[in-house]
Design a protein around this ligand. Sequence first.
Ligand code: MG
Ligand code: MG
Length: 249
Amino acid sequence: MNIRLKTPAQIKKLKKAGRVVAEVLDLISENVRPGVTTKKLDDLAAAHFKKRNARAAFLGYQGFPAHICVSIDDEVVHGIPSDRRLEEGQIVSVDVGSIVDGYYGDSARSFAVGGITNGAGKLLEATREALNRGIEACVIGNRLGDLSAAIQRYAESRGFSVVRDLVGHGIGTRMHEEPQVPNFGEPGTGIELEEGLVLAIEPMINAGKYEVRMLSDGWTIVTDDGSLSAHFEHTVAITSNGPEILTLR
Ligand code: MG
Ligand code: MG
């Protein structure tokens, strides 16, 4: 495996890219409401990237046609912004990637559109907390499987399921670097977590079964059983002071 550990100077650059991602997500959180089109959210993101002299990492990535991914309800990830309008009661997952001076940031959040059901609220809360549990396991000497298992254990303890077909990843001067970071696994297995390892940790948690499939647009991943899905992601550096979240303001 070709894992590229990052120096403190490189982590600083990743933090700059991460900050822009956090700004875009904050901007989107202020604009998620019933009636807004997902294209409008994409336009807001595009304008902010421009203002900050950053590039949208997803635009053109393997041909992806927009600046951000916007996935509604049973859509897990990779939804394409369009003229579709958000509706009261939906949950919407927004994934944002940036490039600043050649360094990448990657983060995602799921939002409630207006009032949502208790069940949907619990899914959002559980997915956010599953990410926290994964981040807490980002300690030198732990193994990757400890991180994966922490996410899985928490999500399943809340009665939800963990998507298997999509995983997190190392990140740096490319969006996807080694290693892959599954959201399920066995404690005590996998590579040892070392200082300078930077990971995009991104649990995708389903209210129903874990199976997913792709829509005919060739991008959008949906739950196979039509159940709701949520997605939270941070870019995290493993340091001698513990985990450092890079996708914050
Ligand atoms: Mg992402
Ligand atoms: Mg990612």
